[in-house]
Design a binder for this molecule. Structure first.
Ligand code: GAL
Length: 332
């Protein structure tokens, strides 16, 4: 039986990334800033037991379906599938025993790259088809973390894989990310209800003060918009403008670190850590709300129930190969 392991990747610029086969989780990301100064920019726990207890999905690989599926049920070609519900009547992040809580195999490993693999059996958390998944992390010499997701199935099934890292570019022990600047290249976002379930059509970002197309302070009118009041902050999917070279850009409050994000995925869930309070941190303490921001590249939430969002369809067929890649590029 495999055991929980920690794998360290380093590059020639002295950047260091740690990952674990438990949940194919991104544990740590230390960015060198200048002579002697290094910054841990990822939220994380001190012990493995704390990782198992927290429910914030810190750094984890999320699957089989990231975000929510309303009513925890789907229909595929006339067959009704009941999924495991784990947030009221809905399913969040793949169910009670999502990919974030499983021990993955280490398929191969080198100084700057590791690949994890997982077989999710037919019926896992209610989903049809055996899904073969690989996730790899590659730390390049240009200070990029490239996360590559691949999957195949033997029955049609929804697939939506993402990484749930929370970033704090001021350093993870600094208070919060409210003085970070965020830019997201998206003209449309998805309105949701208080449960995080889509409750309307894709909407112009200018309609409800959700526009992030120009770099914006995260604190800017954060809880003044009705949309963000419902979710306690940003917790919304943005449909990415694929004509733009990057999906998003996050800048630390002291401007010492800039992180550019690119992705092949159609959408980006921006979550400002609105419920992070009481999550154990790396220093025998607890994180507070807004301690980090998660930028989750994925398809749209609840898309199995919305065939009209064809640009973000999530169904994988047996004759297809799922392949997505997301890159976080750090500049100092
Ligand atoms: C996010 C989701 C939030 C919350 C969080 C986990 O991806 O959008 O609503 O569930 O995960 O705490």
């Amino acid at each position: 039986m495999s055991v929980m392991q920690i794998i360290t990747l380093t590059n020639k610029q002295g950047m260091q990334v740690k990952v674990s086969n438990w949940g194919a989780t991104w544990l740590s990301c230390i960015v060198p800033i200048n002579a002697g100064e290094h910054r841990e920019v990822l939220l994380g726990c001190k012990t493995f037991e704390q990782y198992q207890q927290q429910d914030a999905y810190l750094g984890a690989t999320i699957g089989r379906y990231a975000n929510r599926i309303a009513g925890a049920a789907i229909d595929i070609a006339g067959t009704h599938y009941r999924l495991v519900a784990n947030q009221g009547e809905n399913q969040l992040h793949g169910g009670k025993l999502g990919f974030d809580k499983l021990l993955w195999d280490i398929k191969n490993q080198s100084a700057q790259k590791v690949t994890f693999s997982l077989i999710s059996p037919d019926g896992d958390q209610g989903f049809p088809g055996e899904l073969n998944v690989t996730v790899s992390y590659h730390l390049t010499d240009e200070n990029q973390v490239v996360i590559d997701f691949q999957a195949t199935t033997n029955k049609t099934t929804p697939v939506n894989l993402t990484n749930h890292a929370y970033f704090n570019l001021d350093g993870e022990s600094s208070k919060n990310i409210l003085s970070h600047t965020l830019k997201v290249n998206a003209n449309l976002y998805l309105p949701v209800d208080k449960q995080g379930i889509p409750c309307g059509d894709l909407t112009d970002v200018t309609q409800a003060d959700m526009d992030l197309r120009q770099p914006r302070l995260l604190s800017d009118r954060l809880l003044e918009s009705e949309e963000r009041q419902k979710t306690g902050g940003y917790d919304h999917a943005y449909l990415l403008d694929k004509t733009q070279p990057i999906a998003a850009q996050l800048i630390s409050s002291d401007k010492k670190i800039v992180m550019n994000m690119t992705t092949t995925q159609p959408a980006l869930q921006v979550y400002t850590g609105n419920f992070l309070q009481h999550t154990p941190n790396r220093h025998n303490g607890e994180y507070d709300n807004f301690a980090g921001v998660a930028l989750e590249a994925e398809c749209l939430p609840d898309s199995p129930h919305h065939p009209e969002w064809a640009q973000a369809s999530c169904f994988l067929q047996p004759d297809q190969a799922y392949h997505h890649q997301t890159t976080f590029h750090f500049f100092t």
